[in-house]
Design a protein around this ligand. Structure first.
Ligand code: ADP
Ligand code: GN1
Ligand code: MG
Length: 348
């Protein structure tokens, strides 16, 4: 990987490069140069992102927009150009690379230790939403078509069940039944979008807690990262995806389901931070549907993990057998808990 780093305009000579982070899609490396500067080197997943050059155009323009209101260079992502003046490098094997400055003195959290930390991440995503409310959505390319089209995610689950390439369907009958019994609900948000009741906005679309960087010392949120899926979408799904991941009491691939619960305390802390930052731009229908965003993203993600398990783990990176099935199961457990808490989750 260090060979690919030489294509970029780093301050010193690249001297160390090692795998970094817990993303499921791209391959991320920490790079150090001879002037002790650190960077994030990424190999973009070309199966997931069919046109990475268009994706980089999105990232460049979104970063430039956020930079205008950022108070320091730790509050926005900075791309390092190549020696040829581009923002990406294609190596001799056809792999697609990019380099960011490592945001100094930052930490990334996989599970919020306190509601305060989770609220801080909501402040970051809320600020991100507010900042991009003035951004021209039509200038963005759709990097993954139909990304949060939940009915289409169900259609892909049906396709996987029919294909059943590894004969796994018979082992996941309970999970399939759980998902399909909620299929009628899947269209709720896309229908409200089609009817114009939910406005399309520029959204992040992958609002996991580990896509926010925090200040190492103060624990204040610094910067939203992982901008690959920034494109037109719904504010309620950005809210909901963050809840799906961060309001769980366990990690996403926890095997012991007795540890997986939905924390109303975390939910309320996130809602508080999010609404404080961007509540002013939300319509009353959006506020009413925030809890649907949480349920929908949990259902959609569970369906995606289950589909990938049945298909042979071709999309989400796995480090052990059945990891995608474990991930699907945690999402389904969370849905039952969300359903029990439904009345208390009202925000609009
Ligand atoms: P993926 O799409 O695979 O999730 P990310 O862009 O989220 O990839 O990066 C993976 C991890 O790398 C992040 O969770 C974070 O820990 C770290 N990271 C990414 N960009 C930066 C950055 N600019 N500064 C510091 N850490 C970063
Ligand atoms: C992927 O790239 P990462 O790990 O931040 C996925 C999200 C899922 C998430 C589940 C481009 O996010 O949609 O919600 O895994 N990203 C893409 O953990 O598919
Ligand atoms: Mg990420």
């Amino acid at each position: 990987m260090i060979e690919q780093a030489h294509a970029f305009l780093t301050s010193g000579e690249p001297i160390y490069c090692g795998l970094y982070g817990n993303g499921h899609i791209n391959e991320t490396y920490l790079l150090l140069d001879s002037k002790a500067r650190t960077y994030i080197l990424q190999r973009v997943n070309r199966t997931v992102f069919q046109d990475p050059e268009l994706l980089m155009q999105n990232i460049e323009s979104v970063c430039a927009h956020i930079k205008q209101t950022a108070k320091s260079n730790r509050e926005h992502m900075t791309l390092i150009p190549t020696k040829n003046g581009k923002n990406w490098h294609i190596d001799e094997d056809g792999y697609f690379w990019r380099l960011y400055e490592f945001i100094a003195d930052s930490v990334c959290i996989e599970q919020a230790p306190t509601p305060y930390d989770f609220r801080e991440s909501a402040v970051a995503f809320g600020r991100f939403a507010r900042s991009l409310s003035g951004f021209d959505a039509d200038s963005l390319h759709e990097t993954i078509p139909r990304f949060h089209d939940t009915p289409n995610r169900f259609a892909l689950l049906h396709d996987a069940i029919s294909a059943d390439p590894l004969d796994r369907v018979k082992t996941v009958a309970r999970e399939i039944e759980f998902a399909l019994s909620r299929e009628a609900y899947a269209a709720k948000l896309v229908d409200l979008q089609k009817s114009g009741d939910l406005p399309a906005r520029v959204t992040h679309n992958d609002t996991k807690l580990n896509n926010v960087l925090f200040d190492r010392t103060t624990r204040r949120a610094l910067c939203v990262i992982d901008l690959d899926t920034v494109m037109p979408g719904l504010a309620v799904t950005d809210f909901g995806d963050a809840i799906r991941f961060g309001a769980s009491t366990a990690v996403e691939d926890e095997r012991d389901l007795s540890k997986v619960a939905f924390s109303m305390e975390m939910y309320s802390a996130y809602a508080d931070g999010f609404l404080a930052e961007c509540g002013g731009i939300l319509t009353s229908v959006e506020r009413e549907c925030l809890r649907d965003g949480a349920k929908m993203m949990t259902l959609e993600c569970g369906v995606r993990f289950l589909t990938d398990y049945i298909s042979g783990d071709v999309y989400f990176r796995v480090s052990r057998a059945s990891q995608n099935l474990d991930r699907a199961r945690t999402q389904f457990k969370l849905i039952t808990e969300i359903e029990s808490n439904w009345e208390n989750m009202r925000l609009g």
